[in-house]
Design a binder for this molecule. Sequence first.
Ligand SMILES: C[S@@+](CC[C@H](N)C(=O)[O-])C[C@H]1O[C@@H](n2cnc3c(N)ncnc32)[C@H](O)[C@@H]1O
Length: 228
Amino acid sequence: MILNNSRPIRSYIKRQGRLTNAQKNAIEFHGRNYLMDFQDKHISFDNLFVKNLPIVFEIGFGMGGATHQITKDNPEKNYIVTDVHQPGIGNLIKLCTLDSLENIKIIEYDGLEVLRTMFINHCLLGINIFFPDPWHKKRHNKRRLINKDSLELFSKKIMFGGMLHIASDWEPYAMKIIDLIRQDSNYQIINNHFNERPKFRPETKYESRGIRLGHKVWDILAMRRKPL
Ligand SMILES: C[S@@+](CC[C@H](N)C(=O)[O-])C[C@H]1O[C@@H](n2cnc3c(N)ncnc32)[C@H](O)[C@@H]1O
């Protein structure tokens, strides 16, 4: 018998990273308010949040500083956010607890799988992906989170008129993303100045590091078009 050992190509490496006591305590004592399990089926948004509001999904919040700020700045939206990095999950729970935020849920799982499996089509107001790992070596490019297939998946889950917001400080990746989006008739890019950070997006931790290294930053805002 030939065994099929092929494993899916993931856009992340699960790093062990030590948790601080504060992060550990946040998960232990407040995790139940914020954490949601991955489920292998569509989920209902009824009763998930205190208020029934439009939902924005995020893949890869890292340490969660920008995600916490965005959630706090936008009480008229609910957020479902994903990452696989435990210290970041602890940190985000800690920050949200300090502000008693009620409009965010965290799923520790591959964001692409969550999107594919848990959401019905066209249910999201938007998707945010800030500084996806660049996987800059040619042989690693296949691990990039954003490609033709994932853009197609995002277009299935975002409602018409909703927004895909991607930021990157890796020029070849940013150029590739812009190219792919322009070729996809499901989207219309709505910002003209890619190197201007929109006021509603706080600087992220990964971005600050890139800026210190002299990198430029691209923000790409693409609206999900209504089919003609
Ligand atoms: C370069 S970091 C950027 C983090 C944060 N957005 C920032 O700008 O500081 C990318 C993050 O995406 C996460 N990530 C990558 N692929 C993912 C996936 N498929 N699902 C969930 N998280 C993912 C990684 O674990 C990592 O924390």
